[in-house]
Design a protein around this ligand. Structure first.
Ligand code: NAI
Length: 468
């Protein structure tokens, strides 16, 4: 047993854990962080958001060098893929960032413990399997253990022909035919990477649209664009089984409309069918901390479990499994522990899929506004009419802004287009301040920039767009 009593012990060092630890330390709390993996940063930094973005960027360069640079007057010949270098670059970025988190922990006087963290009581965390076994005394505990890829029955991972997103980040060669189960963020992003590098990719999706709950029009447009890029889609199809051989795999799927069964073969199958919370073996059952059927820890509006000093955040609790949502929840908990009124505004949690073009969304969709009988007006504007988009050669897509019909308050923003992820931020900030479409439309936007498309869409809420 360590003699030190910590104000806050955090289990898990992903975006929730390490950001929460820094905030806690800033607030004067004596803080410890426990991590089972060798490096800090969790799924996001090690095997998620960051490595996938590195590969998306590299694969996009490869595609452009092969196909679109000649349009810019740059003629290249003999373009070859060096997959080893591509993966090494990705690993270097991951190494720099995880090392950066380590530095931040030291800089903020957060004590790091390596090993498996487990609750012994509401005031004790056992750390085992690492450098040395110890029990940490804690006034407060934050569970931030994240999530793991979902396993579908009949489709168990074997690491070679049936893989999760983790293995999809380090394939040693480009598969000829890749099957992807699930048209959410992971399926579309990793499917895009390997398609750009030369794989024939088929995405099989249970729902009749891609991109989960995102705006219907935008998902439809993205599917058209991805099809044009060469991605195949089978929607309304539930994969029920995989027959895996040494270097191939055959999937069986049910066509939802007819109930008929079909088969499809590939070299490799990426299962991207959601993630499940990492809530096992944390000592929760022993202490009677409630989980739902899927393993999500049950918390109140202050992120407290049945013990008021034991909190849970991020992928471990219900809600979108997104790094930025987890971060904000962890910051809120650190502030609550420090006696402040930590709070998360779920209305403005953005959602992004980093395909080409990117799609990014915040607030209500039109479908949700209609279902809730909220009167709204909508303004859209295409990138094809924007000078900067033309110069970039990226004119596919549009911005849509939804505002309350009477008050003009912005209720949602939905973008498909170049750098949609970055462009969404001004809509989010405007929403955070309760801003109106007119507020956004009357704000300066540098010319020429892609952000002018956001402004024109805001103007168009009242049909006042002027660029063309
Ligand atoms: P997801 O839940 O977003 O999508 C999974 C898809 O698989 C769903 O559309 C579902 O209908 C489909 N599916 C499930 N079982 C199926 C079956 N048997 N046959 C056919 N289709 C089936 O999950 P995903 O893409 O795996 O991502 C996991 C989590 O990580 C999500 O919460 C996601 O938002 C997050 N994430 C976010 C990223 C980002 O912000 N860009 C990037 C990667 C992940």
């Amino acid at each position: 047993m360590s003699n030190t009593e910590f104000d806050l012990v955090i289990i898990g060092s992903g975006p929730a854990g390490y950001v929460g630890a820094i905030r806690a330390s800033q607030l004067g709390l004596k803080t410890a962080i426990v991590e089972k993996e060798k490096t800090l940063g969790g799924t996001c930094l090690n095997v998620g958001c960051i490595p996938s973005k590195a590969m998306l960027e590299s694969s996009e360069h490869f595609l452009q060098a092969n196909h679109s640079l000649s349009e810019h007057g740059v003629d290249l010949s003999g373009v070859k893929l060096n997959l080893k270098n591509l993966l090494a670059r990705k690993d270097k970025i991951v190494g720099e960032l995880t090392g950066g988190v380590d530095y931040l922990m030291k800089k903020n006087n957060v004590e790091k413990f390596s090993g498996w963290g487990q609750l012994v009581s509401a005031n004790e965390v056992k750390v085992s399997g690492g450098d040395k076994e110890t029990v940490l005394k804690a006034k407060n505990i934050m569970l931030a253990t994240g999530s793991a890829p979902n396993t579908l029955p009949g489709l168990e991972y074997n690491g070679t022909t049936i893989i999760s997103s983790t293995e999809a980040l380090s394939l040693e060669k480009v598969p000829k035919k890749m099957l992807v189960i699930g048209a959410g963020a992971i399926g579309l992003e990793m499917g895009s990477v390997w398609m750009r590098l030369g794989s024939e990719v088929t995405v099989i999706e249970y729902a009749d649209k891609i991109c989960g709950p995102m705006d219907k029009g935008i998902s439809k447009r993205l599917m058209q664009i991805l099809k044009k890029q060469g991605m195949n889609f089978i929607t309304g199809a539930k994969v029920t089984q995989a027959d895996a051989k040494k270097s191939s795999v055959e999937l069986t799927y049910e066509v939802m409309k007819t109930g008929e069964t079909e088969k499809i073969k590939g070299d490799i199958c990426l299962v991207a069918a959601g993630r499940v919370p990492y809530s096992d073996k944390l000592g929760l059952d022993e202490l009677g901390i409630e989980k739902d059927k899927r393993g999500f820890v049950q918390v109140n509006e202050h992120f407290q479990t049945k013990f008021s000093n034991v909190y849970a955040v991020g992928d471990l609790i219900p809600g979108p499994m997104l790094a930025h949502k987890a971060e904000e929840e962890a910051v809120a908990v650190a502030e609550i522990v420090a006696g402040q009124s930590g709070h998360v505004n779920y209305f403005t949690v953005p959602s992004v899929i980093y395909t080409d073009p990117e799609v990014a969304s915040v607030g209500y969709t039109e479908e949700e506004l209609k279902a809730q009988n909220i009167p709204y007006k909508s303004g859209t504007f295409p990138f094809s009419a924007n000078g900067r988009a033309k110069a970039l050669g990226q004119t596919d897509g549009q911005v849509k802004i939804l505002a309350h019909k009477e008050t003009d308050q912005i209720l949602g923003g939905h973008i498909i287009g170049p750098r949609a992820s970055e462009l969404l931020s001004e809509i989010i900030v405007c929403m955070e301040f309760g801003g109106s479409a007119e507020d956004l439309a009357r704000s300066f936007h540098s010319h020429p920039t892609l952000s002018e498309v956001v402004r024109e869409a805001a103007l168009n809420v009242d049909k006042l767009a002027r660029q063309m």
